[in-house]
Design a protein around this ligand. Structure first.
Ligand code: 15L
Length: 268
């Protein structure tokens, strides 16, 4: 990997990877729809709207690998999701094919599978059960990646990110938290592992309360260093006595499942 592009470099994960990957690859090209400030040593700074194919083609020119974080990172109206996450992701993968990009790390999400009940332990082989229009856009990104891997030979690591942050912020996040250093480790595996064509892994730390069988990530060499359990007592104490929505509580996707929920009976 000579030149690595980060889309969505202005977001929380993007800012973290921009710092931790500095100097790891000869050139880091950082891009976002919003201004990113001046280039740091070893960087190229770009500003692109992912729904604009011509701009996306310029953004990926000369790139070997892409960390695709760009797009909307939560639930929104269909038109917004459509432009940023559906059309934007299509534009990126198609431009990457034309530019002969070798690897793409996809920031997919736990919300692509958010309607699995919490008592079910899921692995990388389960079918998607999106919990939102946002979750559908992440399942779309995984499916599109599969097409571009099979048909065009691009290597994809789809990382179903749980919740990225300095610490887990509530009970649900104790099961899906990922620390900055663990996520950076996973991204580097995705870019550097010699043998990746199409893989789905969970972007989570080594959490004792995890809902995931992340053996596919482990097979690829992932050895997460952090565990949310050290925050559990504080997090749980803060939630004592709080009323919980039964739908949010039942499913892994939490409030994403409960929002706009109108089914009379749960799907078996
Ligand atoms: C996500 O996919 C979102 O990008 C993030 O903002 C959080 O909502 C996270 O999931 C989560 O489930 O906590």
């Amino acid at each position: 990997m000579y030149r690595v592009l980060i889309t969505g470099a202005g977001g929380g994960i993007g800012r973290s990877l921009r710092a931790s990957l500095q100097g790891v690859y000869p050139i880091l090209r950082v891009s976002d729809r919003v201004p990113l400030g001046a280039a740091r040593p070893g960087e190229e700074v770009d500003r692109t709207e992912l729904s604009d194919m011509a701009a996306v083609e310029q953004m990926v020119a000369g790139v070997d690998g892409i960390i695709h974080l760009g797009g909307i990172s939560g639930e929104n109206e269909w038109e917004v999701i459509l432009q940023s996450n559906i059309i934007g992701t299509y534009n990126l993968f198609e431009a990457a094919r034309r530019a002969q990009v070798k690897r793409i790390i996809v920031a997919t999400s736990n919300h692509a599978v958010g309607f699995y009940p919490r008592e079910v332990r899921i692995d990388h082989r389960v079918v998607p059960r999106p919990d939102s229009r946002y979750g559908v856009s992440k399942a779309f990104a995984e499916a599109l990646a599969s097409l571009y891997a099979d048909k065009h030979g691009i290597g994809f690591l789809c990382t179903r990110i749980g919740n990225f942050g300095p610490n887990p912020i509530d009970k649900r996040r104790l099961s899906i938290w990922v620390s900055a250093r663990d996520y950076a480790q996973l991204v580097r595996i995705g870019l550097e592992h010699p043998d990746i064509r199409y893989e789905i892994v969970y972007g989570v730390s080594n959490n004792r309360r995890s809902w995931y069988d992340n053996s596919n990530a482990e097979r690829l060499g992932y050895r997460p260093l952090d565990d949310s359990e050290s925050y559990a007592a504080t997090v749980l104490a803060a939630e004592t006595g709080q009323a919980a929505d039964p739908i949010a509580e039942r499913y892994q996707g939490g409030t994403f499942c409960a929002a706009e929920y109108s089914a009379q009976t749960p799907r078996p």
